[in-house]
Design a protein around this ligand. Structure first.
Ligand code: CO
Length: 132
């Protein structure tokens, strides 16, 4: 079902400094930036082959990423797996008895369709299903 690792998401306090780090040290270019209102985050996507590093900075204290930074500090936040059908992959999670955060697919950044799977159901990793 997985067709690619879509992105590795990293929670940061200062997205400009993080972008500068990846650009100056590794030459990684920012391909897309977006403020996602639903999740209260500013994201930047840096291309790595057919995948991305996704830098995430909260835009308010209501953001789940804000809570993550307070509780766990900066670092790996979630892994986004690309799938042909987000609905089909989500159905598989639910029908196997595992816990989804999103019960139905929703709109993500870049016009993608996404759903999050609870880390308690996935061995401690927050999983995002990403349909392009
Ligand atoms: Co993501």
């Amino acid at each position: 079902m997985f067709t690619e690792i879509d992105h590795i998401a990293i929670a940061v306090h200062d997205i400009d400094k993080a972008m500068e780090f990846y650009a100056s040290v590794f030459g990684a270019q920012v391909e897309h930036q977006e403020v996602v209102q639903k999740d209260q985050v500013h994201e930047a996507l840096l291309r790595v082959a057919d995948s991305y590093i996704q830098l995430l900075m909260p835009t308010s204290q209501e953001s789940p990423v804000w809570k993550f930074l307070v509780n766990r500090g900066e670092g790996l936040h979630h892994v986004g797996y690309r799938v042909d059908s987000c609905q089909e992959a989500l159905n598989s999670v639910i029908s196997h008895g595992y816990q989804a955060i999103d019960q139905v697919p929703r709109r993500g950044s870049r016009g993608t369709t996404i759903a999050f799977i609870h880390p308690k159901s996935a061995f401690g990793t927050l999983i995002e299903l990403v349909e392009l």
